[in-house]
Design a protein around this ligand. Structure first.
Ligand SMILES: [Zn+2]
Length: 336
């Protein structure tokens, strides 16, 4: 066979093998996502459903103006979370609950859109961080993270971000109140990040200057979008890269009142056309810093990053079910 003909055959074979691999991995990952983990009798509810709903509605109210970083609405949301931390009785990590940071945002879209600058400095960003110390003297930590920022008001239109991520902040607050009343072996760091929507900036800032060795953190439990069952509902990402967490997630799912699926945590070459959510929220910064994560989030829905992500569209019962599952999982993670 002539060399050119042989090269063509090899290229054709590689193309066919690549397409077959892509189709096969997509099929396997979709099948994994379709099958919920086995469920048993749900655990007794331990979180205040009314408070969960009230926190979500407060953060997603027009008063908070969509909580964009560096805006009056964003500052209001920050003050709201800090006030709730104080009410719950969390401890600051030195200083106060509010940890300011600055960053410069580079907008690639500015190259073809005139309504935004290419580079924009944010001098008034801040994470809100509080601690419940652990009962064990070993100093090990768990992190429960969410983000309070969202898209704000754009061209006069409010983006309330009820599911994204008022729902995660509300669940984080509920877990904080429970943990304060029932301390775990681990110390638990509760975090509402700022500037997630501009590229995980808050989590990058915290991890750059945590104020303690990152090696102390066993896992980041990342909560982002927890209140919408339609479109597939809750997925836990992270058991593929960190298989030692899988039995803990399975144990928590057995006691859950909502279906729990695993997925969205394999790279492109292993999951085909199914999205990898590893960098989808602030847990991506933890993973990049070598800290394991488990991410809880619902499948994308029609209101994702739309003005219609309003509090009246969430399901409070579903929101409570997911938060209870997050609590069971937190208790399971305390065993590691
Ligand atoms: Zn989000």
């Amino acid at each position: 066979m002539r060399p050119l003909a042989r090269a063509r055959r090899v290229v054709r074979w590689l193309l066919v093998a690549g397409l077959a691999w892509g189709a096969g991995t997509t099929f396997i990952e979709r099948r994994r996502l379709r099958a919920p983990l086995p469920q048993g009798a749900p655990a007794a509810r331990e979180l205040g459903a009314a408070t969960l709903k009230a926190d979500l509605f407060a953060l997603a109210s027009p008063d908070m103006e969509g909580r964009a970083v560096g805006t009056p609405g964003g500052r209001k949301a920050r003050a709201y979370v800090a006030r709730r931390f104080a009410e719950i009785g969390l401890e600051p990590l030195g200083g106060g609950f509010v940890r300011p940071f600055r960053f410069v945002h580079t907008s690639i879209k500015a190259l073809w859109r005139r309504d935004r600058p290419y580079r924009l400095a944010f001098d008034d960003a801040a994470n809100v961080v509080g601690l419940v110390p652990g009962s064990a003297p070993d100093g090990r930590l768990l992190v429960v993270s969410s983000h309070y920022d969202h898209l704000g008001i754009r061209k006069g239109v409010l983006y309330p971000g009820a599911d994204d991520d008022a729902s995660g902040v509300a669940a984080m607050l509920a877990l904080a109140a429970w943990t304060k009343a029932h301390p775990l072996h681990h110390g638990v760091l509760f975090v509402a990040f700022d500037a997630e929507e501009l590229g995980l900036r808050g989590s990058q800032a915290l991890l750059a200057e945590p104020g303690f060795p990152l090696k102390r953190i066993d896992v980041d439990l990342s909560l982002d979008m927890l209140s919408r069952p339609e479109g597939g509902g809750l997925v836990v990402a992270g058991t593929a890269p960190y298989p030692r967490f899988r039995p803990l997630v399975e144990a928590a799912a057995r006691q859950a009142s909502i279906p729990v699926r695993l997925g969205h945590d394999r790279p492109l070459w292993r999951s085909g056309r199914v999205d990898d959510w590893t960098t989808g929220s602030d847990h991506g910064s933890f993973a990049a810093a070598g800290v394991p994560f488990l991410y809880l989030g619902v499948e994308d829905h029609d209101d994702y990053h739309e003005p219609t992500d309003t509090p009246d569209r969430i399901s409070p019962d579903y929101q409570a079910g997911v938060a209870e599952f997050a609590l069971t999982l937190l208790k399971e993670l305390d065993r590691i």
